[in-house]
Design a protein around this ligand. Structure first.
Ligand code: NAP
Length: 263
């Protein structure tokens, strides 16, 4: 299937590893011109070189921490030097913090809000003028299955990722006059650095082998395993393509069946 994105300009934020990296790679493979961003310049350099090796294509990169407003203002300035328009924005920054209500103070709540909600808000703000110049802009935000089936111990991200879905549904309406579609991909448990770090920490904390922790988190997944990030990326690219021209304001689960609510 030709997704029709050859020659489109795309920005992927959170692209140095995990789902963002695989989404960037898949967009490159479909022929998009790619700009990537994450916090760490060394990670970005390595990602750009891996992408070049995998696809033969060159990507341009900029280091910015989306939890810092000034960094994202600088990202906007850089974007405007790089391109006259943006067709696709993918925001893949976010994550959860394992904690119960009584362990969370205001600072912990606000830090996770910056990470999961304000990061996306800021990159959308930084990209909007350029997205308006596209004939048909597409924004794809990485959400999570959590708000559809709130996991215990993941209170802050359950709450904040639910806020992201509200953001997507509201902006899809607000940006309609600019012909910009806004959607979200909501992954289930996906084996990226986010999980390898968590598994390692829990394994050390409990003094049990890592496989035991993996089994604990696998048994309730109908697919019987974690996803790999390259299984999430195709949905990101599909929503970022012209094949989904009538899809907006949606949050699409790619979760191996873990969130099984009827609505
Ligand atoms: N993995 C899962 O099981 C899962 C499940 C549900 C939802 N999700 C969502 O999917 C998205 C991607 O998750 P992932 O598992 O791929 O994460 P990951 O492997 O931890 O990768 C995160 C990426 O974001 C960058 N990043 C982190 N903090 C940043 C910041 N403050 N500013 C700019 N860039 C930043 C990282 O690079 P640098 O270190 O270079 O900044 C990296 O490129 C997130 O929104 C996450 O909440 C993941």
């Amino acid at each position: 299937m030709d997704l029709g994105i050859k020659g489109d300009t795309a920005l992927v934020v959170g692209a140095s590893e995990g789902i963002g990296y695989e989404s960037a790679k898949a967009l490159l493979e479909e022929g998009a011109d790619l700009l990537i961003c994450s916090r760490n310049a060394d990670n970005l350099k390595q990602a750009a070189s891996r992408l070049k090796q995998a696809t033969g294509r060159t990507v341009r990169w900029f280091a910015a921490d989306v939890t810092k407003a000034a960094d994202v203002v600088a990202l906007k300035g850089w974007l405007e030097q790089q391109t006259e328009k943006l067709d696709i924005l993918v925001s893949a920054v976010g994550g959860s913090q394992r904690a119960l209500f009584e362990e969370l103070d205001d600072d912990a709540w606000y830090a996770n809000y910056e990470f999961n909600v304000m990061g996306a808000v800021r990159v959308i703000r930084a990209s909007l003028d350029l997205l308006k110049k596209s004939a048909a802009g597409r924004i794809v935000i990485l959400g999570a299955a959590g708000p559809r089936m709130p996991y215990p111990h993941q209170l802050v991200s359950n709450v904040h990722k639910a806020g992201l879905i509200a953001l997507v549904k509201t902006l899809g309406v607000e940006f309609r006059p600019y012909n910009i579609r806004v959607n979200s991909v909501s992954p289930g448990r996906t084996m990226t650095g986010l999980w390898t770090r968590r598994i390692e920490a829990l394994s050390q904390e409990r003094g049990v082998p890592a496989e035991e922790i993996v089994n604990e988190f696998t048994h309730e997944i109908p697919m019987g395993r974690f996803a790999t990030p390259d299984e999430i990326a195709p949905m990101v690219v599909f929503l970022a393509s012209h094949k989904t021209s009538y899809v907006t304001c949606q949050s699409i689960l790619v979760d191996g069946g873990i969130a099984r609510g009827l609505i």
